[in-house]
Design a binder for this molecule. Structure first.
Ligand SMILES: C[S@@+](CC[C@H](N)C(=O)[O-])C[C@H]1O[C@@H](n2cnc3c(N)ncnc32)[C@H](O)[C@@H]1O
Length: 373
């Protein structure tokens, strides 16, 4: 089992130059589910180690796949995560909860006979499945059979774990390039879905073994603009909010959401351009600029909530977008958020960079460290 590597960032120069290789991020439960926009775990790990102590409470209000909560667990901190996306909440729960499956439970789900006796029922489900056109029937049938078995035979943490195992293989079973965020068609042969699922379950169960059990990790179903935690209860916030119009978390997870029979409510999402499809100014440039203002207003509301739940002198480490030109206007995301945060007693204390490469410094993300005064 890969162990958490020692920190290799050169923080003394206030700069993170090095690109962290994919293989270095594959420890504990971090790669249990591939979530677009996932943190390099070494970043929350560094911030948690530097700005909190054992058994403190860490919060990530945009927790995505739970990288902050996993790092908090590995460092013996309690944690809360919130996200509006159902898949994000499910994945975070699974990645932070140690479970054990009895041999019987494991055998029931991993030894499904490919000639299953409810074939006609599953074939009917297959016809109804919204994205069936993206699958060979030979691949979709076992996926839907596994879904049925999971819902019928398991509950609570084990059901969640098995569902995430299923979700983590669904795109590689579809006729699409599973490495792309958008749907790009790519023909696939029939594959042994049951065997892939079985391997995934066994590998992921081993990953859960690296989790600690002396701390809690709780996932809350709430919007970062209204966090359901009391005032002054959190020691440290570590988060990477969505970037403006960068990744559409609803579209990215369409197939997985259909598999869970879930629907996402677009209006709750920050960073999704809400102006270009209807209301607002008539010109294209005007609409874009309005979307940017909505983004900053949403982020301001989230920062106000972060400030409310943080204890006095608590720290918030936040990864923000690099400066970008939108409709010929240069937006300095970090500077804008630093200014707005001051309205909520959040004052910039430090700033780090993560450059994609040592040579190309313009591509870097900013890691802002605010302190509540
Ligand atoms: C950059 S991702 C976070 C990734 C995370 N750091 C990880 O390692 O997986 C941003 C997340 O913010 C979530 N999000 C968007 N709007 C939100 C809101 N209003 N409240 C809470 N979460 C939101 C998205 O669903 C997405 O999961």
């Amino acid at each position: 089992m890969p162990q958490k590597p020692k920190s290799k960032f050169n923080m003394s120069k206030k700069t993170i130059f090095r690109r962290i290789g994919e293989e270095e991020t594959n420890y504990a439960t971090h790669h249990l589910y591939r979530y677009p926009g996932q943190f390099v775990p070494q970043i929350p790990g560094f911030l948690i180690e530097k700005f909190s102590k054992k058994y403190d409470v860490v919060l990530d209000p945009f927790c995505g796949s739970g990288t902050t909560l996993v790092e908090a667990n590995l460092l013996h901190r309690n944690s809360y995560g919130t996200d509006v996306h159902p898949i994000a909440r499910l994945v975070t729960k699974v990645k932070t909860r140690k479970i054990s499956m009895s041999n019987d439970e494991l055998i029931t789900i991993t030894n499904i006979n490919p000639d299953f006796d409810d074939f006609d029922e599953i074939a009917e489900e297959c016809k109804k499945f919204e994205y069936s056109y993206l699958f060979n029937r030979e691949n979709l049938m076992p996926l839907l059979k596994l879904r049925k078995e999971i819902y019928e035979n398991y509950t609570d943490d084990i059901r969640n774990f098995l569902l995430v195992c299923l979700l983590s293989i669904v795109k590689s079973c579809a006729n699409i390039d599973e490495h792309k965020v958008r749907i790009v068609r790519e023909k696939k042969d029939a594959i042994n879905v049951f065997e892939i699922f079985k391997q995934t379950v066994r590998v992921n169960l081993k990953k859960l073994a690296s989790l600690n059990t002396d701390v809690f990790a709780e996932v809350l179903n709430c919007n970062a603009k209204k966090i359901s935690l009391d005032n002054n209860t959190v020691d440290l916030v570590v988060t990477s909010p969505p970037y403006l119009n960068a990744l559409n978390y609803i579209k990215i997870h369409h197939i997985e959401m259909a598999l869970l029979n879930e629907r996402a409510d677009e209006k709750n999402y920050i960073g999704v351009d809400k102006v270009t499809d209807g209301t607002g100014s008539s010109s294209d440039a005007g609409k874009k600029l309005m979307a940017i203002e909505i983004y900053f207003k949403d982020m301001e509301n989230a920062i106000s909530e972060i400030s409310r739940v943080l204890k006095s002198s608590g720290v918030c480490g936040m990864i923000v977008d690099k400066d970008r030109k939108i409709k010929n206007v240069r937006f300095k995301f970090a500077s804008e958020l630093i200014e707005r945060a001051k309205n909520y007693n959040m004052v910039l204390e430090d700033k780090f960079y993560r450059y994609a490469t040592k040579e190309n410094k313009s591509e870097g993300e900013r890691i802002l460290v605010f302190r509540k005064i």
